[in-house]
Design a protein around this ligand. Structure first.
Ligand code: NAP
Ligand code: GDD
Length: 364
């Protein structure tokens, strides 16, 4: 029987890769999309508008918003999904300091609205909550499932709330509900305000002479950066286990923002110190200094281990941004993808990553 999945946040970085991954597994995929005055489906347009010779794609989109129950309940009743992936969120940590109430509404209460809709409907859907390493905040690295949550931002506080409510519905009502505590993961589809993509895009703009300088905040913070297509697979794996559980997902390597800068500018043959300037606007009222995942549990139980490290990640992102800007990329990122994942013709059928023009990276 074909499985049905409902994804909130399908237009985001993770949602787009997860949709491709689930389609490649033969799922019927349903996605909730916010109404927007412009287009917010760029990351999934290549799935919606495939080449004409392909059969129709089992992907359906619906308007909906995590701030209100009305569509969520209706979607769960109508679709009766086997699996629900709650990836929708106000996910920008810096912005959460400017919009704490809205962040709590979407990122915190949004999860509860779905849990409550599952409980009330009696639909036996398995639930995945996109929890975050940001919840560890001030907890010393490395962090695993037993580390304390010491949230340092309104975003992290909202995620901690959603995390505990997920556990609460699991323990109290017997729902199959799991938390994936994912560390930072990046890709050519990463939003342009997050530091990695801000850097790779700036490098390409500098090369094409449309930008002179790059303004950044704290360069000392350390993050455990992985490659998103590898992370969405873990979301699915978590919901295939016999019983629900919580898992930490990360590479087990942590690097500073400064190190990412060095790597990225080096790959482009540029000296970062010539181009980077400090701007206090990007400094947060409270910072998370060091995140480093101990994913032993996921490695053992899910059998998962990542293939892409920091250097490959940087090359993949810069190659994709250069290609998108019409520049000839060095190509080591494409090579890294080919050697890690092989080449495939149609990205949505496989879990192979596609670049930000929707082309299967690694296909000729
Ligand atoms: P993202 O690119 O910012 O995507 C967020 C998604 O949520 C978008 O589809 C967005 O829609 C949607 N959304 C925002 N507000 C909404 C609302 N009120 N109602 C319905 N949908 C709404 O984030 P991401 O990087 O894919 O991350 C996916 C999830 O994992 C998020 O919950 C994030 O907090 C969490 N997470 C991410 C990371 C990471 O490193 N990427 C790590 C740990 C946890 P629009 O496209 O219309 O804006
Ligand atoms: N965004 C941004 N912009 N960050 C900067 C800048 C800048 O100009 N300059 C320095 N940084 C530093 C931030 O202070 C932070 O320490 C680090 O770069 C990473 O920032 P982001 O890329 O914005 O990611 P994040 O770690 O705050 O949050 C991301 O990862 C979380 C998982 O740990 C988001 O994807 C969250 O949604 C996710 O939960």
């Amino acid at each position: 029987m074909t499985k049905r999945a409902l994804i909130t946040g399908i237009t985001g970085q993770d949602g787009s890769y997860l949709a491709e991954f689930l389609l490649s597994k033969g799922y019927e995929v349903h996605g909730m999309v916010r109404r927007s005055s412009g287009s917010n489906t760029q990351r999934i347009d290549h799935i919606l508008q495939p080449d004409s010779h392909l059969e129709s794609i089992p992907l359906t989109l619906y308007y909906g918003d995590l701030t209100t129950l009305e569509q969520i309940t209706g979607l769960i009743y109508d679709i009766r999904p086997d699996e629900i992936y709650n990836l929708g969120a106000q996910s920008d940590v810096r912005a959460s300091f400017d919009m704490p109430e809205y962040t709590a509404e979407v990122t915190g209460l949004g999860a509860v609205r779905i849990l409550e809709a599952i409980r009330r409907s009696g639909v036996a859907a398995r639930f995945y909550q996109a929890s975050s390493s940001e919840m560890f905040g001030g907890a010393p690295p490395p962090q695993n499932e037993n580390s304390p949550f010491l949230p340092h931002s309104p975003y992290a506080c909202a995620k901690v709330y959603a995390y505990h409510m997920t556990c609460n519905y699991r323990d109290g009502y017997g729902l199959y509900a799991s938390n994936g505590i994912l560390f930072n993961h990046e890709s050519p589809r990463r939003g342009p305000n997050f530091v990695t993509r801000k850097i790779t895009r700036a490098i390409v703009n500098i090369m094409s002479k449309s930008q002179d300088l790059l303004y950044l905040g704290n360069l000392d913070a350390c993050r455990d950066w992985g490659f998103t297509p590898e992370y969405v697979e873990t979301m699915w794996l978590m919901l295939q286990q016999d019983s629900p559980d919580d898992f930490v997902i990360g590479t087990g390597e942590s690097h500073s923002v400064r190190k990412f800068l060095e790597c990225a500018f080096d790959y482009a043959g540029l000296d970062w110190e010539e181009y980077v300037r400090f701007d206090p606007r990007y400094v947060r009222p409270v910072e998370v200094n060091a995140l480093l995942a101990d994913s032993s549990k996921a490695r053992e139980i899910l059998g998962w281990s990542p293939k892409i490290g920091l250097e490959e990640l940087v090359m993949i992102m810069i190659d994709a941004d250069m290609s998108a800007a019409g520049l000839d990329p060095p190509g080591h990122g494409y090579e890294a993808l080919r050697s890690a994942f092989g080449s495939q013709s149609f990205a949505y059928r496989t879990s192979v990553p596609v670049d930000n023009r929707g082309q299967a990276v690694g296909s000729e």
